[in-house]
Structure formats: C-alpha cells, structure tokens
Design a protein around this ligand. Structure first.
Ligand SMILES: Cc1cc2nc3c(=O)[nH]c(=O)nc-3n(C[C@H](O)[C@H](O)[C@H](O)COP(=O)(O)OP(=O)(O)OC[C@H]3O[C@@H](n4cnc5c(N)ncnc54)[C@H](O)[C@@H]3O)c2cc1C
Length: 503
C-alpha cells in the first residue's frame, strides 16, 4: 500500500470527526486506531493513555488542565475585567423562561404553564372608553403641523390619569397591570406616535417608577399623587454627550455638603441631552455620580451613581431648546444644571439611596424594557397590516388588485406573521412581569426583536403603498411611522448594543 493512503485516511477521519462534532471519547478511539495502524511503540501508547484519561475524565481535566489555563489567562490579562457597573447590570432582574430556552432542552410544559394575562373589567373599560375618546381627539397630521398635542388632549390625559397608569390607586393612579399599560400604548401608537410616546414616558423608567420601588414614604406621599394626576410632568435624565450607551460613564456630578443651617445638601452639576418631556417637565429624575468628600453620610467618599428628584424650576436648572427627533412632534430637549442645591432628601430613597442609583435603574429596566416599546411595535405591525392590507385590496394595477400579485403577498404575509409573533410575545412577556418577574434577558430580546420587526414591517408596508406612502400630507398613513422608526431602535438601549452586549 503506498505511504500516502493511510495519511489520507487519517485526514478524512479528522475531517469527519471535526465536521460532526464527535465527542472526545470518539476522538480517543480514533487516535488509538491510528496508533495501532502505525505500529506505535509502547512509550507512545503510555503518553497517549495519560492524555486520553486527562482529557476524558471531567474532574481531572477541570482540576489539572482547565483551571491552570484559566489562571494563566487571568495572570496575562487576556480576559477583559468586568466593571462594577457592568456586574450590577448583569446581576439585575430575574431569570425566567430564558433559563429553559437557553438550556438547549426546554421543558415545554413549563413554558405553557406561565401566566397568559387578561385585562380586568376596569382595564378593558378604560381601553374601550377613555382610550377611544383620546384617540378621537387627536389628528396625527395636525399634531405634526403644530408640533404639539392639542390642549384638550393634554387636559383629558391628565384628568383621566393616563400619566399614572403604573401608580397604585392608593396614590391616585390607575394601578394598571403591565398587560393593560401595554394595551393602552399599543392602541395609542396606532393613532399617533407623539401621543403614545407622551403617555409612555411617565409610565416607564422615571420618577414614578423609581419612587414606587425605592422612594421613602414621604417622597411617595408628596410626588405620586401629583404625578398620577398629571399635575407634575416627569422626565428622566440619564444620557449625556459623552455617555450614551455607556451610561455608567456619566460625568454629571453631585457633592454632599453641610449647609449653614446644619442640614445636609447635595450640589449638582450636569449636562444631559435627548431627554424626553424635559422641555415641559416639572420634575427631573436625575442620574449623577455622587461624592461625599467629608464623609458626612458615613459611606465613604465616592458613593457612585445616584438618582435624585430635581424640580425643573430650581435655581440653576436650564432646559434647552427642543431637539427635533426626526420630525416626530413630542417634547425632547437637552438640560444643564449649574450648582443646583437640593436637600439630601431629594435623593430617591433618601440618604440610604445614595450610591444605589445604578442598581435601581438596571432593575427597573429589567422589566420596563419588555413592556412599552414592544407594545408600540406590536401596535405598529397591526396597523401596517391594516393599512397595507386594505391598500393592496383596493389598489389595482394591470387589471388586478395588487394584493393578488405574489410579490405583494410576500411582504403582506411577513407583516401579518410578525404581528402575530409580537402579539404572542407581548402577552407572554407581560404575563411574566405581572407575575412579579423582572426578566432582564427576555426584556432585552423583546426590545430588540420587536423594534426590528417593526422596522421590517414599516419597510414592507412602504413598498406596498409605494407613491401613496411617499407624498406627505394628511392622507399619508405611513410617513410618520417610517420617519420615527429609528427612535425606538435607539432608545432604552440602542439595538446593536442590546443584541451584542445585553442579550
Ligand atoms: C428621541 C430620543 C429620546 C430619548 N429619550 C431619553 C430620555 O428620556 N432620557 C435619557 O436619559 N435618554 C434618552 N435618550 C437617549 C438614548 O437612550 C440614547 O440615544 C441611547 O442610549 C444611545 O446613546 P447614543 O445616542 O449616544 O449612541 P452611542 O452610545 O454613541 O451608540 C452608537 C452606536 O454604537 C453602538 N454601541 C455602543 N456601545 C456598544 C457596544 N458595547 N457593543 C456594540 N455596540 C455598541 C450602539 O448600539 C449604537 O448603534 C433618547 C434618545 C432619543 C434619540
């Protein structure tokens, strides 16, 4: 037999084992066969035997091989270190059905056992009455011409407590479930994006939610009723020119000091941008890094990220000119603070809350990210199905409804499929949140997938409506949805970061 035949045999075997991902034991047997075929001497067999045992007996492999490889990698600093803010983000929230999905062997009975939430009678009535009435009050084209919602809509939202959906009834709010909040935003978004964003902001991460979970009793009693009735419009200020996705890198600073009256105060300086509702806010939820140079709180000098409530009319607070978020007419602006002095009680949770801001934010986002933007995207997909479906039925070209062309059926089917997937995922995730979970990974998946499906959906709908979706005017049913799509891709964790880092 020529010498190259066994070599080719070995190469083919290596290829097959590698291609099929054969277990280590199969590699060991194949190696033994090769050694035997080549007539290996006894000492080679001995070395080979030791290696086989070392690699195949898991406890031995871990103790002798893996741990020393890991130690060497750590010593040579091959692996990046995880900062405290990153670790807090990783630890935030709870693990829910994601554990099953990522196990590779999900228990489908457990998957089906989860809460599939329904609206209460009160929530359903709100959807059928107040939400319908509000939708009838606004005209999306008119909102975009004026750059604001009509006054009667603002008054109605305040009167009917649209801004207090997550605030419990004992504080004057509506005390709605995640499923109900999601249903309201979903519906409003089909009428007007500025309308749904305006309702969404006070009902997601911000003063209301943070106070609810971490506020002192005095803070809750003072703020929650005002927030619930819309007497105070809140905004939440995290993002800065040099701290967007990497919010933990914020440069806004707070310093604890003792005033002449003997009381403790915080002096704040900040530069924030892209802050929704800030332009018309009464209170800003402010995230900053807190220092206590004289250790007055007894927790050390660098306390870390902290959240406080800043009245928008406090001395030193500047609310900037409105940003123009792609022409979508909701309020959004930069804000600066110069030597703004607040009592220590302005910190959410009081002095105990000093330095706990990052953990509060990460925990709140673990649930919140899964509710509002996915609701808006789901509503968007249903809306695209209706608009594009109707258009495809009535618009005729070549003597046929365009919906009869396979090329149009394909995007229509995709829109319908995505709407179905998202409606199921929306309810399923809301069920988790309403059962007390804060499923951080699932929320990130929802945020990413829902907004990406909405982006695909609006592109499909635009293609189907063609010229009808391009000439702007009151009868263009898609232009603003198309224009505003990058906003949901960007906020609450820009999508590339959400996919590659969080998920
Ligand atoms: C209309 C609007 C409303 C907003 N409202 C608010 C608000 O109310 N309050 C508030 O605090 N903020 C708000 N924001 C800010 C928003 O949260 C940020 O825009 C967002 O976090 C992204 O930050 P950035 O724009 O600076 O982008 P960058 O952080 O500069 O990101 C640029 C790109 O890099 C990617 N990227 C960054 N880091 C990584 C990584 N590690 N791995 C992979 N990719 C990465 C991002 O995904 C993105 O694609 C709002 C923004 C907009 C546009």
């Amino acid at each position: 037999m020529p010498g190259w035949v066994p070599i080719i045999g070995v190469l083919i075997t290596l290829f097959v084992l590698g291609f099929t991902g054969a277990p280590l034991l199969v590699w060991a047997i194949a190696g033994a066969a090769a050694l035997s075929g080549f007539g290996a001497p006894v000492w080679v067999w001995a070395v080979y035997g030791v290696l086989v045992v070392l690699f195949n007996v898991t406890p031995l492999r871990r103790a002798l091989l893996s741990s020393s490889v890991m130690k060497t990698m750590e010593a040579l600093q091959f692996l990046p270190t995880i900062s405290e803010t990153e670790q807090t983000a990783i630890d935030a929230g709870t693990v829910w059905m994601d554990a099953e999905l990522f196990s590779g062997k999900p228990d489908f009975n457990k998957t089906l056992d989860q809460l599939y939430p329904e609206l209460s009678d009160k929530e359903q009535a709100f959807l059928d009455n107040e939400v319908e009435t509000l939708c009838a009050m606004v005209d999306d084209w008119d909102i975009h011409q004026r750059g604001d919602l009509p006054t009667k809509a603002w008054d109605y939202m305040k009167e009917k407590r649209f801004f207090g959906m997550l605030i419990p009834e004992e504080y004057g709010g509506l005390g709605f479930s995640a499923e109900a909040r999601s249903a309201v935003v979903q519906k409003l978004g089909t009428r007007s994006t500025p309308l749904s964003i305006t309702v969404m902001v006070p009902n997601s991460l911000g003063p209301g939610e943070l106070l609810l979970h971490y506020g002192t009793d005095e803070q809750k009693d003072h703020y929650l009723p005002k927030l619930a009735h819309g007497d105070m419009i809140p905004a939440f200020a995290l993002t800065e020119p040099n701290a967007g996705s990497d919010a933990g890198a914020m440069e806004s600073r707070g310093e604890v000091f003792r005033g002449d009256d003997g009381e403790l105060y915080v002096r704040l300086n900040w530069t924030k941008r892209y802050i929704s509702l800030a332009a018309i806010s009464d209170v800003l939820g402010m995230a900053f890094k807190l220092r206590d140079p004289d250790n007055l709180l007894g927790k050390g000098e660098d306390l870390g990220i902290t959240c406080a409530l800043v009245p928008s009319d406090a001395d030193g607070v500047k609310l900037g000119r409105r940003h123009d978020p792609l022409g979508i007419a909701f309020y959004n602006c930069p804000t600066e603070g110069e030597d703004v002095v607040l009592p220590i009680d302005a910190i959410i949770g009081g002095a105990d809350g000093a330095g706990r801001g990052w953990a509060m934010l990460m925990d709140a986002l673990s649930a919140g990210r899964g509710i509002m933007l996915p609701a808006q995207s789901t509503g968007g997909l249903k809306y695209f199905a209706r608009v594009a479906g109707a258009h495809a039925a009535v618009r005729e070209q070549f003597g046929l409804s365009i919906g009869k062309f396979e090329g149009i059926e394909e995007p229509l089917a995709r829109i319908a499929g995505y709407a179905y997937i998202l409606e199921a995922a929306r309810k399923y995730t809301n069920g988790a949140i309403d059962s007390g979970e804060k499923p951080s990974v699932v929320s990130a998946i929802m945020k990413y997938q829902a907004t990406e499906m909405q982006r695909d959906g609006v592109n499909d709908a635009m293609d189907i409506l063609a010229g009808n979706a391009i000439s702007r005017g009151p009868n263009n049913l898609l232009a603003f949805a198309y224009q505003g799509t990058p906003i949901s891709i960007t906020v609450e964790g820009a999508n590339i970061l959400t996919r590659t880092m969080m998920i």
